[in-house]
Design a protein around this ligand. Structure first.
Ligand code: SF4
Length: 475
């Protein structure tokens, strides 16, 4: 998938000025955030369950090699094949080569953020293999030739009218207006793809190391069709998706589904155990599990960012984030939007490229508060800001000479009482005449960025300390 993180500011401004998108974004709050609050409140021991899930994640990520090894052995014991891919290109190439070697013409896909990450659809199309998204939201996005807006609700920015037009154009039939009619059109179109496809590609919500099983959580049943109807099933997973045991899986299912949609359980939870075994009535002839790194190792080796790998992709941080709810998913410019996207996208796709993202936050902490595994996103954003300003890797730094010099001067001035008083007097001396002429609403570079959206504050005539001393009779 093309990385457009550099365009954050422009895209965010476009979204802010678009009343249709702003209206659609209101659904994020009412449709997801409020439901999650209700679901958590109605779950006995909710906070303890979150603590437990976090502890399992911390243990698993700290012993990732051990659990991945266990997973591989158990998948292979059930007749599946496991492939490791260092990056997105390698993962996508593997799937396409497999499809070509098996004469596959059509691939049906269940929702997979990793497949977005590796740009699988583009590569399949380039090789004349037809990819068909079967999750309704993903299907709409595919028809619109766009990327997902939200990791749980990819088409949340589309109005019913826009969806009706897309489906009518694809089916060649009249425009349907009700949700029921539109779903019927999509079902007819997708049924044909399900029958033609020779390969199903899915994501993985969790992979259970002790049994070699993969788990899919869906509400439309399309995941189950993708894993059982075609003769080949390929599952794509980020390497952090492994959990140790079935008991751990149940802990995660409970918090994932409630945090994502506010449901107690989703309509379908599928546990897939390799290809069809002797005596099975259905299931694929081949099962391939592709475990993708794609710069997750970078997150793993950075102690300050490692806990971003605890993420179970529930989307709750996006729904809670006041920035996401105004700038929308496309502004972030890569697969993962919102607060967790502002952490992982710059690291996975290039820190300098995504330098705007760590600053796309007010650091209010809403994301940390709602995260079911209590990921401390604000601290990681601060860490990335500091890396961009003065990190060890100079090639990644984005702060210019003026920025760095200004902040050094600031730090020098703030770290001594006498220097602070002197600095405040100096600033007052410079700004007072400007403010009397009304010029503090527009200051020249390098302060122009500040005054483009607000007036520069002029310090009071006498400092607080001076006035306090005066009140205390000079003491
Ligand atoms: S960071 Fe937490 S809240 Fe955000 S998607 Fe991941 S698990 Fe969900």
């Amino acid at each position: 998938m093309e990385v457009k993180t550099r365009a954050f500011k422009g895209k965010a401004n476009e979204t802010l000025a678009d009343p249709v998108l702003q209206k659609s974004l209101e659904n994020v709050y009412s449709g997801f955030h409020l439901r999650r609050i209700q679901a958590g409140g109605a779950t006995p021991g909710w906070d303890e369950q979150r603590d437990r899930a976090r502890a399992i994640k911390a243990h698993t990520i700290a012993n990732l090699d051990y659990y991945l090894d266990m997973l591989v052995r158990n998948v292979e014991a059930k007749g599946g094949k496991v492939h490791f891919a260092d990056d997105g290109k390698e993962a996508a190439r593997f799937v396409v080569d497999l499809a070509r070697s098996r004469g596959v013409k059509t691939v049906i896909k269940s929702k997979s953020m990793v497949s977005e990450e590796i740009g699988l659809n583009d590569l399949l199309e380039a090789e004349s293999i037809e990819p068909v998204e079967t999750d309704l939201g993903e299907y709409i996005i595919q028809l619109a030739r766009e990327t997902p807006y939200h990791i749980i609700a990819p088409a949340i920015h589309k109005t019913p009218e826009q969806v009706a037009e897309l489906l009518a154009a694809k089916s060649g039939g009249p425009k349907k207006t009700t949700a029921k009619e539109m779903t019927a059109v999509a079902r007819t179109l997708l049924r044909d793809a399900f029958q033609r496809a020779d390969m199903g590609v899915t994501g993985v919500n969790f992979a259970v190391a002790e049994t070699g099983s993969i788990t899919l959580v869906t509400n439309e049943g399309n995941g189950r069709m993708c894993t059982s109807a075609p003769r080949i099933h390929v599952a794509l997973m980020g390497m952090e998706k492994v959990v140790p045991s079935m008991a751990d899986l149940s802990a995660f299912l409970r918090i994932l589904i409630r945090s994502a949609t506010g449901q107690r359980i989703s309509a379908y939870v599928s546990v897939v155990n390799g290809p069809r075994a002797a005596g099975d009535e259905d299931g694929p002839e081949e099962f391939h599990l592709v475990i993708v790194d794609n710069n997750r190792s970078r997150l793993l080796k950075d102690a300050a960012l490692r806990e971003s790998l605890y993420c179970i992709r529930c989307g709750a941080c996006m729904n809670a984030c006041p920035v996401y709810r105004k700038v929308g998913g496309h502004s972030y410019g890569w697969v993962y939007p919102g607060p967790i996207g502002a952490v992982v996208s710059p690291v996975m796709s290039g820190l300098k490229e995504g330098k705007a993202l760590p600053f796309a936050s007010s650091l209010c902490g809403a994301c940390r508060e709602v995260c079911p595994v209590r990921i401390d996103i604000p601290s990681m954003l601060l860490h990335l800001r500091s890396e961009l300003a003065e990190g060890a890797d100079r090639s990644q730094r984005s702060a210019g000479v003026v920025d760095r010099a200004s902040f050094r001067l600031w730090r020098f001035g703030m770290s001594g009482r006498g220097r602070f008083d002197l600095g405040a007097r100096l600033v007052r001396f410079v700004l007072w005449p400007l403010s009397r002429r009304g010029w503090t609403g527009w200051l020249p570079f390098p302060l122009g960025g500040w005054t483009s959206t607000r007036r520069f504050k002029v310090p009071a005539g006498r400092s607080f300390v001076a006035r306090w001393r005066n009140r205390q009779g000079g003491a």
